[in-house]
Design a protein. Structure first.
Length: 590
RNA sequence: GGGCCCGUGGCCUAGUCCGGAUAUGGCGCCAGCCUUCUAAGCUGGUGGUCCCGGGUUCGAAUCCCGGCGGGUCCGCCA
């Protein structure tokens, strides 16, 4: 199964306004370089600042081969290529620069966006199926912010992958076995709600986590309780269906509360797969049987493990234990069964995991290969969100719950709306506050590359200015406001001419709008969500610039007004598309 | 002890894979801009040993080696 490379393959003219130009430039470049008779496939790059060029080729390495100054090479290439329609090619400081003329670019980009609207940047179906697993948090209590990064990265990637034409199924693997499920189950069966501290919310996850916390404490204090819990674990791991069903109920209740939180964040799961299913349907037994046949499988006191000595896993790890002495399975075994099954039902499996799972993911991969699975899951790892005081911990009370963060964000946004738009009806205010507040949270957690750790600060999470979701949403709302007013004054723009858009602000904005499809393509295929946030911000900033420099409704002529209105609408859709990809709603007013 | 990841102005951050054009932007701070389409905005200024030391190269934030600091992992837990 070969993935399309991150290099663009130029077959998407109808989706990407830059595709034709990129194709042409690289062909011109390639044939010109070929004349030097060097074996080199020149790679174009996107220059740091867009005024310079849309594509550029640095001539330094060629200069070395030919023993000529880079600038000289650039000039020679320029001469060989000569004049090309719609392109301005120049040789500057050792670079061969290709700049697309604004008029043809605007003429290709704006009508395309106006036609596609929300579908701008949507690529044709690839005919491949992806199962993307994200979150899979234990259902024993509400989400805290430390865990929120997982669903946010996962959901954004799912949106990106769908946008470039994959069929994506999002799965959440529910850990309903394990010790934490037994503790929760014991708590619900043996504790009365009155004896517990009041819940911070009426949501099921917040209510039930009290049983978990209290049961955990009792288990630590009382060996009898621990004994009971251990027996519960043993019986359901042997496949005791009654015991499992008893435990599944509270898990499922907690999960319902967690899902509510996810949905409020615009995150939707297609399928929940229960860990216990892999035991009940024989999947785990199958895995154990397969692994036992491996040459590197060893046994010690009845427990079976893979001897991974030769795999260079680092540290002191060399064993992957897949059955206990009593023959029952471990979490990793069940995870293996889940993945065995999952991989059979998709072309590509992607998992979003915390960096603490790196070793485990590697072991899983090795075990899958030993079992004869030819493809293994791709994993996107992320670092943790911690507090300034340190790691988040539910038991130490050192947590910020996602629900509380969402409430606070919405409340803060509500206050802003109240002062800015006092005339709006109440429900409209609330609606805007929600969209802005929750957008700020998602934006803040997706804008940083996943491998960097994040220290949670209320000030950052609730930032409504600068590099933030509300900044982008505000630009979108401004665009919508102009369009609304245009409609009121019946200023249609069917006879606009993109040729009239030639100020510097318009130029930069249009070039940026044209880049969106290739950005989407790149981000999806490299599995990097964070540049989408940067793009949304950049587009909003350029739109604000345009907004300030180029009066739309008060434009000097009807034709100019019509043309600018077209650009406003195109910008509006690009902003909406980018926001949607990061799961943020684009309000029409705020 | 070993493996993996991170280390860019006071704070946050892009760029790092694939080395090149004056290192991207935000927050903060300072000075301006609301009688023209929403000031959650715009303009200008301030601020950098790209953790440190070597090496490779015409050229290193980027590649290699060695340190330092932080995160994370190394269970018959999940």
């Amino acid at each position: 199964m070969t993935e399309p490379t991150s290099k663009f393959d130029n077959s998407f003219e109808s989706v990407d306004p830059l595709a034709n130009y990129r194709n042409t430039c690289s062909q011109l470049l390639e044939s010109a370089v070929m004349e030097f008779k060097v074996k080199k496939v020149p790679q174009m790059e996107i220059p740091t600042s867009p005024e310079l060029a849309d594509f550029a080729y640095p001539c330094f390495s060629l200069a070395k081969d030919l023993k000529l100054p880079p600038q000289k090479i650039a000039e020679m290439l320029l001469n060989k290529i000569g004049a090309v329609e719609n392109l301005k090619i120049s040789a500057v400081k050792g670079y061969l620069n290709f700049k697309i003329n604004l008029k043809p670019l605007a003429g290709a980009t704006i009508p395309l966006i106006l036609k596609e609207k929300q579908e701008y940047g949507t690529f044709p179906n690839i005919g491949k199926r992806i199962i993307l697993e994200h979150t899979s948090a234990n259902p024993n209590g509400p989400f805290h912010v430390g865990r929120a990064r997982n669903p946010i990265i996962g959901d954004t990637l799912a949106r990106l992958l769908r946008k470039v034409g994959y069929e994506v199924e999002v799965q959440y693997w529910v850990n309903d076995m394990g010790k934490q499920a037994a503790i929760l189950g014991w708590g619900v069966q043996n504790l009365s709600g009155d004896s517990l501290p009041a819940a911070g919310s009426t949501k099921k996850d917040h209510e039930l986590v009290r049983y978990y916390q209290s049961a955990y404490k009792k288990m630590e204090e009382d060996p009898d309780v621990e004994g009971v819990i251990t027996r519960m674990i043993q019986s359901y791991e042997r496949g005791d269906i009654d015991e499992l069903n008893k435990l599944k109920k509270p898990c499922s209740d907690v999960l319902a509360g967690m899902v509510e939180s996810l949905e409020r964040m615009n995150i939707f799961v297609d399928k929940f797969v229960w860990e216990s299913e892999s035991v009940l349907d024989g999947g785990v037994d199958e895995v154990i049987a397969k692994l036992k046949k491996s040459k590197i499988t060893k046994e010690e006191e009845g427990a079976y493990y893979l001897d991974l000595e030769g795999y260079e896993l680092g540290g002191k790890t060399s064993r992957f234990v897949f059955t206990r002495s009593d023959g029952t399975s471990l979490y990793t075994t069940r995870d293996l069964a889940y993945h065995w099954n999952k991989l059979q039902n998709c072309d590509i499996a992607i998992n979003i995991l915390g960096e603490d799972h790196k070793l485990q993911a590697r072991q899983l991969e090795i075990a899958l290969k030993i079992m004869g699975m030819e493809h293994v899951p791709e994993v996107v790892f992320y670092s943790f969100v911690s507090l300034e005081e340190g790691k988040m911990s539910t038991r130490k009370g050192q947590v910020v719950y996602l629900d509380d963060l969402m409430e606070e964000a919405a409340a803060r946004a509500r206050k802003e709306v109240e002062t800015r738009r006092p005339e709006l009806p109440d429900d409209k205010k609330s609606e805007i506050a929600d969209v802005v507040g929750l957008g700020a949270i998602r934006y803040n957690l997706i804008r940083v590359q996943p491998e960097k750790k994040i220290v949670f600060k209320w000030m950052d999470a609730l930032n409504f200015e600068g590099n933030s979701a509300p900044f982008v949403q505000y630009s979108h709302a401004r665009a919508c406001s102009i369009l609304r007013k245009a409609e009121e004054m019946l200023a249609g723009y069917s006879d606009y001419s993109t040729d009239l858009l030639d100020s510097p602000a318009e130029d930069e904005l249009i070039r940026n709008l044209a880049r969106l499809p290739s950005l989407i393509h790149e981000c999806a295929h490299t599995r990097k969500p964070h540049p989408v946030a940067a793009y949304a911000y950049k587009t909003a900033a350029l739109f604000n610039q345009f907004y300030k420099d180029c009066p739309v409704l008060p434009a000097e002529s009807d034709e100019l007004r019509a043309s600018r209105l077209a650009l406003v609408e195109a910008s509006r859709w690009a902003l909406a598309v980018a926001l949607d990809l990061i799961g943020i709603n684009a309000p029409e007013q705020m």
